[in-house]
Ligand binder design. Sequence first.
Ligand code: ZN
Ligand code: ZN
Length: 339
Amino acid sequence: MKGVVKTIRGVGGVALRDVPAPAARAGEVVLDVIAGGICGTDLHIVADEFPYWPPVVLGHEILGRVAEVGAGVDEALIGKRVVAEPHAGACGVCYLCRRGWAQLCADKRSPGWGIDGGFAERVRLPAHLLHVIADAVPDDAAVLAEPLAVVCSGYEQAPVEPGDLVVVVGAGPLGLLAALAATAYGAAGVLVVGRHSSQLRLAAAAEHGLAVARSPDEAASWVAARSDRGGADLVVDTTGAASAVAMATALLRRRGRLLALGFGGAETIAVPWDAMLQRAVTVSFAMSSSHTGWLAATELLSSRRIAPEWLVTPFDLAAWSEAFDAVEGRHVIKAVLRP
Ligand SMILES: [Zn+2]
Ligand SMILES: [Zn+2]
C-alpha cells in the first residue's frame, strides 16, 4: 500500500512510498483510512523540529473505518467509522497515566511520529483509543476530532463559563475550532483575532458567523463595547507569539484566564509580567488531548452542536506535497489527505 513516509532524520526526507500493509495484533484494529488531517506538528516533523522515529508513516489526525480486529477486540467494531486518540504506547502505570493524563506519558509513541500513522491506505491502532463517530457527521467534520479534542482538553484547564466573553488569537484550525467550541460551551461573545496574512481564514470565519478582528486595536474595541467586567474573561492563544501574550494581557479583565494552546517556536518570549500579575491572570498551558477532551469533542461533533466541515480542504494522498505546501502557505485552513 502507499504511505507518506518520513524516511530519514534531518530536514525533508518525505516521500510517497510502498509500505507493508499492517495486520491487527491482539488488542488492535486496522482501519481503512478515510482521511488524515495535516497538522502543524507534521510540518515540524518534516522540518526536523519535533521528535520522530523514522522511517515512519506521517499523520496523527485519523478518520477511518474498522477493517480488521485483532484477538480480544469486539468484532462489532468492524465497519464502524472511527477516530482515534493518538496516545499509543502510553504505559498505563506511571503517575501521569494513572492520573488520567496518558497524553503526557513519557512512553507515548503516537501514530504519525512514534508508530506508523494515517497518511496511508491503512493504519494499525490500539483498539482502546477509538471513538465511534455518528453517521450524521460528515467525514470533513469527523476528521477534525483530534484538534477539537485538543481544544476541549484546553477548556478543562481554563473553562468557558456561560456568559463569558472569549477572544481567540490565531485564525488557524485550532483557533477556529476553539471559537466554535467556546460558542457551544455558552460564551456570550467570541472573537477571533488574526493577522492580515490570514485574510482567507478570517473571511471564511466571518462568513460562518464568527466575529473577527485584524488588529489588537480592533480586538480592544470589540471587547470594550461588550464587557461590563473590565475586559475579556478568557483569551485562548494558539500562536505562542509574544505579541499575542501582550495583547491577551491587555484584553483580559482582572482575574481573567489565558489558555495557551500553541507552540511559538522560540526558546523564550517576552511577556508583560507585571501587568499579568496586576491583573492576577490565571495562565494555563494545555498540551495534547485528554480522554475526557475526546469525549467532549466527539459529543460536540456527533450532536452537530458544532459543524466545522467548512474548515477542510481535501487532497488526494498522491498530492501530499501540494497539500503540505497549501498548509505552509495558508492557502487552506485545514488540508486533509484521502487515500
Ligand atoms: Zn494535530
Ligand atoms: Zn505512562
